[in-house]
Ligand binder design. Structure first.
Ligand code: BGC
Length: 366
């Protein structure tokens, strides 16, 4: 096992390599010996440390963890990092979960590279650490990872962008712009690499042109996943590159940013390009049905929270937690055993079907 500290981007690149070299990654479920313990009391404290509410999935996750852990008989301690000063806030919350004797600490990292001290303290106190949705980097003290397959999310976004542009205009070349997420989130590079694995061949053969030339993830990043940052970058791109030429598509890593990009384009009086997204946020599902945003990804938060609680139950019973991918997510010092769920692409064409079992989203598709 390599003991080098990698940057988030490097870790993501490693993860992407592992993914591309491995077609059976989400195959059979296996059990790992990582994090095995002799079990713990059925009414133990279970900590859940979530980042700030940068998208609807985080808002939903908090309520679902509260209810689900209570229903399963645990004492759930669910905390969000404040909107500002998120890292210090989350570090303090994890520390306090350790003090309360939490047996499992589930963490949606505010900054995946800033938690090693806290998760190591959790480990020393005997808690199992589960990274939720976002990987925790550069520490041995993360036992499991539970998430939707992030690389696949990116691949689906890249493919949707190509499909949407072809449907709107059968022949290229197509002018696009690329947006990525916050660089302190380990997911951002994985989403981007997944999307670029699909888009790069089209860029190389000239079918797709990144009008601004900004293809480096450092140029495309959106600090803090904040809508206003995506909107102002889109404003600048329109001014610099699209005063005369047409913008056909925008790779947006999530729904919040997709709507900000659309707002910018509309304000400039330009036609709305094909814009991707992720999270199935209510406003974006409405926008897709209205024919504005092109696509989103369904990563049903209910299923992800349920899987995390299943892992807690398995640990409570004394067993290791079930994983289905023990090779893709290298956090810089170890490959973290993961349970990956399958993301689903959603466009106007399949929205009704995709949200059929979701009482909140399904009425929006009627
Ligand atoms: C999550 C996305 C979310 C983004 C911003 C990512 O880590 O995987 O679902 O849109 O954070 O909150």
């Amino acid at each position: 096992m390599r003991k080098v500290a990698l940057t988030a981007a490097a870790v993501a690149a490693v993860a992407a390599l592992a993914l591309s070299g491995c077609s059976s990654r989400a195959g059979d479920t296996t059990t790992s010996t990582e994090g095995a313990s002799s079990g713990f009391a059925a009414d133990s404290v279970i900590g859940v440390a979530l980042p700030s509410k940068t998208s609807e999935n985080w808002v939903l996750a908090g309520g679902l963890f509260e209810d689900g852990l209570k229903e399963a008989g645990y004492k759930g301690d669910v905390q969000y990092a404040a909107a500002s000063g998120t890292v210090a806030d989350q570090q303090g919350q994890i520390q306090s979960m350790v003090t309360k004797g939490a047996k499992v600490i589930i963490i949606g990292a505010a900054d995946g590279s800033q938690l090693s001290t806290q998760v190591e303290a959790a480990h020393d106190a005997g808690a199992v650490v589960i990274a939720y949705d976002r990987l925790i980097l550069n520490t041995e003290a993360v036992d499991y990872y539970v998430a939707y397959d992030n690389f696949k999310v990116g691949e689906l976004q890249g493919q949707a962008l190509l499909d949407g542009m072809k449907a709107a205009k059968p022949e290229g070349p197509y002018n696009i712009e690329l947006f990525s997420g916050s660089s302190d989130d380990a997911n951002s590079a994985v989403f981007f690499d997944g999307a670029m694995s699909i888009l790069q061949p089209a860029i190389d053969d000239g079918t797709v042109v990144v009008g601004s030339g900004q293809t480096d993830i450092k140029q495309t990043a959106t600090a803090g996943w904040k809508a206003e940052n995506a909107q102002s970058r889109m404003d600048s791109l329109i001014t610099s590159t699209y005063s005369t030429q047409t913008l056909d598509g925008v790779l947006s890593p999530n729904d919040t940013l997709a709507r900000a990009i659309i707002t910018s384009v509309k304000a400039a009086g330009k036609p709305i390009p094909v814009v991707t997204g992720q999270d199935s946020e209510v406003e974006s599902v409405k926008s897709i049905i209205a024919g504005e945003q092109y696509s989103t990804i369904n990563k049903d938060t209910r299923a992800l929270v349920a899987q995390a609680i299943t892992m807690v139950d398995e640990l409570q019973a004394g067993g290791p937690a079930t994983t289905n991918d023990d090779e893709s997510y290298d956090n810089g010092v170890k490959v973290v055993p993961a349970f990956l769920l399958d993301p689903v692409i959603v466009t106007k064409a399949n929205a009704a079907e995709a949200y059929a079992n979701d009482p909140k989203l399904s009425p929006l598709t009627k």
